[in-house]
Ligand binder design. Structure first.
Ligand code: NDP
Length: 333
């Protein structure tokens, strides 16, 4: 099969998969390079309660499987590998994995976002050694222990609530005295007897050589310092857009997301579209990402139709020019 595709989608979260469903239904035979963690961030969550169409909670990974099946039904081809580079300087665009290079007439970047860390020196070293950014992945290892979750948004509330299944006690440490999380998620955490809040505290140190053993805290109001022993620390302080593949090739916003034109998915480079958390610093919901993927597929479809017309008329112009040249040669004989 040719390596040239109408549309290649990078990323397989709700944005990428929904873009694939729409592009597939438009007969564009999309190729998704799904990444080595197909399904994106939702595969790291537990129950999803707010995705329309599911009266009962659905597991994140299950939701992504259903979306993938739907995309496959409309002819999407999946490559479960990471993109290692894209070249947007030539047309068709190039999309490379370790194994292969594809060319795309249109590209949809739906690379999502990845968990933010605190920026402490010990953090990278202790990741996976008592320090985690994913309760559903790692909570099981902390049965009967005391854990700490850092953050004040929906992710922190979700992680804390989930961890009470395993832990005896979960402390939520937040740098302010009020939460950013939605009322429903706050209430659930406040009403959980296993969860206790430590307000106005920032994590200044993470202690431990091979495994996390404790944290050093600073009170954000009066500056007092304290320490806390623990065996598991979960950081849930938001996510950063994953733009590394297009750095220097596409314009970014001040917030680090890919810049798009208004409510569209059009980047500054014609033929390159972006969707989902990689363009959205505010809402970052599965359903808003899915909607954004829809927009990208429709924009790409419109772009490809226009490109077909340009290519067709330049073929006609070329054929006419060649015919004129042949006429001239015949006349000269
Ligand atoms: P948010 O950006 O909403 O919240 C991040 C939290 O972490 C804030 O409380 C912030 O504090 C705190 N924080 C950020 N940086 C630091 C730092 N360096 N040190 C200490 N604390 C820090 O991110 P979330 O991941 O919680 O949520 C992202 C989006 O995903 C939201 O739209 C949310 O609604 C959605 N979501 C929805 C879920 C659901 O509905 N099931 C589940 C999870 C997420 P401060 O408040 O002071 O800025």
């Amino acid at each position: 099969m040719s390596d040239l595709r109408n549309v290649i989608i990078v990323g397989s979260g709700p944005a990428g998969l929904t873009a694939a469903i729409y592009a597939g239904r438009a007969n564009l035979s999309p190729l998704i390079v799904a990444g080595s963690q197909p399904g994106g961030q939702l595969t790291l969550t537990s129950e999803v309660e707010n995705y329309p169409g599911f009266a009962e909670p659905v597991l994140g990974p299950e939701l992504m499987d259903v979306m993938r099946g739907q995309a496959e039904r409309f002819g999407t081809e999946f490559v479960d590998d990471d993109v290692v580079g894209v070249d947007l300087s030539s047309r068709p665009f190039e999309v490379k994995t370790a194994e292969r290079t594809w060319r795309a007439r249109a590209l949809i970047v739906a690379t999502g976002a990845s968990a933010r860390l605190l920026g402490l020196e010990s953090e990278r070293r202790l990741l996976g050694r008592g320090l985690s950014t994913c309760a559903t992945c790692d909570g099981f290892f902390f049965k009967g222990q005391e854990l700490v979750v850092v953050g004040g948004g929906d992710s922190a509330m979700e992680e804390a609530t989930f961890l009470t299944r395993f832990a005896d006690k979960v402390y939520v440490i937040h740098r302010k005295d009020s939460l950013r999380a939605s009322k429903a998620m706050q209430d659930r955490a406040f009403n959980d007897p296993k969860i206790e809040f430590l307000w106005n505290k920032e994590v200044a140190h993470i202690y431990g050589d091979d495994l996390v053993s404790g944290i050093g805290l600073i009170d954000t109001v009066d500056g007092t310092e304290s320490t806390k022993d623990l065996s598991g620390l979960f950081i849930a302080i938001g996510a950063d857009p994953r733009t590394h593949l297009v750095h220097g090739q596409l314009e970014l916003t001040d917030l680090g997301t890919i810049a798009v034109d208004g409510r569209s998915s059009r980047t500054k480079l014609p033929g390159v579209f972006a969707a989902g958390d990689v363009i959205d610093p505010h809402y970052r919901q599965a359903v808003t990402a899915a909607a954004s993927g829809t927009v990208a597929a429709l924009d790409a479809e419109q772009y490809l139709a226009a490109l077909d017309q340009v290519e067709e008329s330049s073929r006609v112009d070329l054929a006419a020019a060649l015919a004129d040249e042949v006429d001239d040669l015949v006349a000269a004989d």
